[in-house]
Design a protein around this ligand. Sequence first.
Ligand SMILES: NC(=O)c1ccc[n+]([C@@H]2O[C@H](COP(=O)([O-])OP(=O)(O)OC[C@H]3O[C@@H](n4cnc5c(N)ncnc54)[C@H](OP(=O)(O)O)[C@@H]3O)[C@@H](O)[C@H]2O)c1
Length: 277
Amino acid sequence: MIVLTGATGNVGRALLERLLAADRPVRALTRDPQRAGLPAGAEVVRFRPDDPAALFTGATKLFLYAQAAGPQPADLLRAAHEAGVRHVVLLSSAIIAEGADETHPIHVMHATVERAIQDSALEWTFLRPGAFATNALQWAPQIRAGDTVRGVFVGARSAPIHEDDIAAVAERALLDTGHEGAVLRLSGPQATSNAEQVAAIGRALGRDLSFVEVPPEQAGPELFPHVPPHMLQGLLDSFRAAVDATPEITDTVEKITGSPARAFARWAEDHTADFRA
Ligand SMILES: NC(=O)c1ccc[n+]([C@@H]2O[C@H](COP(=O)([O-])OP(=O)(O)OC[C@H]3O[C@@H](n4cnc5c(N)ncnc54)[C@H](OP(=O)(O)O)[C@@H]3O)[C@@H](O)[C@H]2O)c1
């Protein structure tokens, strides 16, 4: 049995579909099973960290989101190990790197969980992806409403990764042996700027979209509805640092899965429904 936290998330849902297609028994955790809309075939269990037996009984593997691990992850990890879990695959972040700002809230959140896992009795694999292509969903309400996208840092560049490429790597890390102790840095195949991403979404939709830059000091929560307010400043700082920068590009997706990472244009084609009114 493989336990998935984040089963309703972009990566977790893609991983869940992969594991079900591979006929693996999966327990999908969510804080709200009623609203989760998870596929039949998964055992859906309410995520309640104070009831670890319900979460982990019968399981040997765990796919973990840092948010689910919480600020004090040791208790959850101990409970998982006591119930029989032996290997955890963590969805971490590329922000953890040599010379990184260790006070950045996104760094703190993931590094705290990585350290707790290393201090636990569990085998582990850390996935450290860079920017997700799904970050472009922040523009979906504007694109559904018109042809202009207001956003920060038109020239910020990233190598966005398709959520299903992260899921494909997670699937191999969970199902194959040999990934224990590995830190896998993941990215999409090419650097693209924010303006290029908006243009690619426009091409996928058959529309001509343009990007209008908003000064970061005027960027409020309405532009980032899914970002917790205490994370917003750190995120803006990361975007600022990405202007005209060369993002890290790795070939880890291809090495682990045998298929090259998908380009942002392909992601946009896969997600046209999210941008249509
Ligand atoms: N976006 C990026 O560019 C990027 C880059 C590197 C790493 N990451 C990391 O990737 C993760 C986000 O991945 P995603 O886009 O797939 O997620 P997402 O679509 O934002 O979904 C978040 C998932 O986390 C679960 N969750 C949130 N808070 C929780 C809590 N307190 N307890 C238990 N479960 C909780 C939610 O489950 P329920 O609501 O169903 O309970 C949901 O399934 C974050 O850890 C982020 O830091 C993101």
